[in-house]
Design a protein around this ligand. Structure first.
Ligand code: PSU
Ligand code: MN
Length: 305
C-alpha cells in the first residue's frame, strides 16, 4: 500500500471483500458550503450511500496523511474550519503531505486518493472545468486533466455555467473522457436539468454505466468517466434566475481581479449570496441524488469486477 495513505477500517474491509465503496470529496465540505449545513450534508450523504448498499469513503488530507474514509470528528473539523483548510488540488498535495498539513480535496485530488485506495466510483456535486475567458486566462481546472488519466468514475450533476460548458466538453473529448448523461441526452448544468449542450451518450441504468466503465478499464484505455445526473425536478432552479446570478458573479470576479484557485470558491459563494438559500438547498439535494446513483453503480461494478 502507498506509504502516505490511511484507509479507514470499514472501507478497507469492504474493498478486501469486493463490496462497493463510493468516494466523496472534502472541498465541498470546507469550501463549497457554509457551516453547519456542510457537516450535516457530509453526514447525510454518507447515510445515503449506505442506504443504497455501498460504503462511503470521504477523502481528505489530515496531518499530512492521505485519508480514504474519515471519522465523524474529522468531518466536523473540516466543516468548522471551512476555508481555513487548504483547498487541495494535485499540485498542492506534495507540499501539504511533506509539511504534515491538512487539506480539503478537490475532484482531482479525491480521484488520486480514491485510486490509490482502490476505489473506482466517486460522487460529488459539480466538477471543475474550462472557465469562461480561459482563452486569455488559461484557467482550466486540474479536475479535467485528472479525468483524462485517473481511472475513477465521477458522478456529478454536470457543471455550473460559471464555466464555459462548450469548451469543457471539447477538452474532455480531446482527452478521451466519455461524458455520460444518466437518463438524458442533454448535459445538466448543476442547478438546472438543461444547458443546451449534448452529452456523448445517454445511459439509462446504473448497470449500463458500470458496464461502460468496466469495459473502458478492461480494454486498457484507463482514465476516468464523467457521469452527469440531472438535479431532481423538484429541486431544480429557474433557468433565468440562476443564470442571471452566475453572470453577475462572473462580472464581479473579473472586476475584483479574482484568479487562480480562488476563482471557483469566490463564484460559488457569490452565487449563494445572490440567490439566498435556494441554491444551497438545490446543491444539497443534488449531492444526495448523485450519491444514490453512485452507490447503485458501484454495486453493479462490484458484480462485474
Ligand atoms: N464546482 C462546484 N462545486 C464545487 C467545486 C466545483 O460546482 O464545490 C469544487 C470541487 O471540489 C472542484 C473544485 O473539484 O471546486 C474545482 O476547483 P478549480 O476550478 O479551482 O479546479
Ligand atoms: Mn482554476
Amino acid at each position: 500500500m502507498n506509504p502516505y495513505l490511511d484507509i479507514a477500517p470499514e472501507v478497507k474491509k469492504a474493498l478486501e471483500e469486493g463490496r462497493p465503496v463510493v468516494a466523496l470529496e472534502s472541498t465541498i465540505i470546507s469550501h463549497g458550503m457554509p457551516y453547519p449545513q456542510n457537516v450535516e450534508t457530509a453526514r447525510n450523504v454518507e447515510a445515503v450511500i449506505r442506504e443504497n448498499g455501498a460504503v462511503p469513503a470521504t477523502i481528505a488530507v489530515i496531518g499530512g496523511r492521505l485519508k480514504a474514509g474519515l471519522t465523524p470528528e474529522e468531518i466536523v473539523y473540516l466543516g468548522k474550519n471551512g476555508p481555513a483548510v487548504t483547498k487541495t488540488s494535485r499540485r498542492d498535495l506534495p507540499v501539504l503531505v511533506a509539511q504534515g498539513r491538512d487539506g480539503a480535496t478537490t475532484v482531482a485530488t479525491t480521484m488520486i486518493i480514491a485510486h490509490l485506495a482502490g476505489i473506482q466510483v466517486f460522487a460529488t456535486g459539480g466538477v471543475g472545468g474550462v472557465h469562461r475567458g480561459a482563452q486569455k486566462t488559461f484557467d482550466i481546472s486540474a479536475d479535467l486533466e485528472e479525468l483524462a488519466h485517473t481511472p475513477v468514475m465521477v458522478v456529478c450533476a454536470g457543471a455550473k455555467s460559471i464555466l464555459d460548458l462548450g469548451l469543457t466538453l471539447e477538452y474532455l473529448e480531446t482527452h478521451g473522457v466519455p461524458v455520460i448523461g444518466y437518463g438524458t441526452e442533454e448535459l445538466p448544468a448543476f442547478y438546472t436539468r438543461r444547458s443546451g449542450f449534448r452529452v456523448d451518450y445517454r445511459l439509462n441504468t446504473p448497470q449500463e454505466i458500470a458496464r461502460a466503465f468496466y469495459v473502458k478499464q478492461d480494454m486498457g484505455l484507463g482514465g476516468g468517466m464523467l457521469v452527469t445526473n440531472p438535479i431532481p425536478q423538484e429541486y431544480a432552479m429557474d433557468y433565468e434566475t440562476i443564470n442571471r446570478a452566475i453572470d453577475e458573479a462572473v462580472v464581479e470576479a473579473a472586476r475584483l481581479g479574482i484568479h487562480g484557485k480562488e476563482t471557483t470558491p469566490f463564484l460559488l459563494a457569490k452565487i449563494k449570496d445572490l440567490t439566498g438559500g435556494d441554491s444551497l438547498e438545490s446543491n444539497i439535494h443534488l449531492v444526495y441524488n448523485n450519491a444514490c446513483l453512485a452507490a447503485k453503480t458501484a454495486a453493479e461494478l462490484s458484480r462485474l469486477g
